[in-house]
Design a protein around this ligand. Sequence first.
Ligand code: MG
Length: 373
Amino acid sequence: MDHNRRNFIKKLGWVAGGLAATGLKCQAGKIFPREKMKLSFEPYNLQLRHTFTLANSSRNSTPVMLTKIEYGGMVGYGEASMPPYLGETRETAARFLSGTDLSQFNDPFRIEEILEYVDSLAPENRAAKASVDIALHDLTGKLIQMPWYKVWGLSSEDTPNTSFTIGIDTPEVVRQKVKEASRFKILKVKLGRENDREIIKTIRSVTNVPLCVDVNEGWTDKQKALDMIWWLKEKRIEFVEQPMPGKDREGLAWLTENSPLPVIADEPVQRLPDLKKAAGVYSGINIKLMKCTGMREAYKMIILAKALGLKVMIGCMTETSCAVSAAAQLSPLAQWADLDGNLLITNDPYKGVQVIDGKITLNNKPGIGIEKR
Ligand code: MG
């Protein structure tokens, strides 16, 4: 054996020894036995800090389902958040998850195949599907000891500021809420009622931070909507989310073409195939894990949105730090983030991504970067 060859074999030995010393070999050893994945779930009720008011409803709590996938001595955590207007309940989620048999898979890294199976079980149940997707990503990230933003090749420095939602309320309470939100660099305001201008004026009387508005399909006349958007531009609004009903595609396309501010789609754009319909109608899309069945499809949507020239915002429902931290893994790819769901509740069972100085701040923990409180 010549000298170079002997040296090469010696170096291989060092690498193998190094892997064993870091524990990677031990983790890998757990991946290969024909072990089965175990999915379990439990209902949980999120208590909201303030009554949450939308154009047509208000509420004080949000039902969620917390999921777990156990495998190889590791636990991956997931969550389905089910605000009532989305049509899923703890009962529908429990039924869906009871019928989800992950024990047929003995390799959690076959994520594509596993999630295709999960998606094939029912046409809807998107939040329940997301709760499996998130737990699977958390599990696999933990098995290779890597946070998902790193697996995707992203930098934690590229995370955007998150907006913080100021709920609809009396002028006095709105002013108080804005003052309490002084650490945020961008605020989100829900519009679409009679007093839109009054709300913006009230907020502008106490702060100059950038604002974005979400109309939740509340305006119906395109010319009035355009006049309002020109007025909002003067008030330093950054973009307008779902100004008119999604079914008025012609009106929305006209509005986007003439609008001085980006028009972002939310309600009509749920999953990957919806992007074809969004191009040419909107300037960008709001991606949420609970709409699109989880992290894997959200990642695909972001890549396709960029290819179609659509701007990307990543949003959430009222959620624990579990689903919010999962979405945050993708946030370096988004222009805007609206990941304040965990900040609106008083009983978060997890600790994960943080907002520091208004910016989403990822940690180095593996998977989706959370731990139990
Ligand atoms: Mg919205």
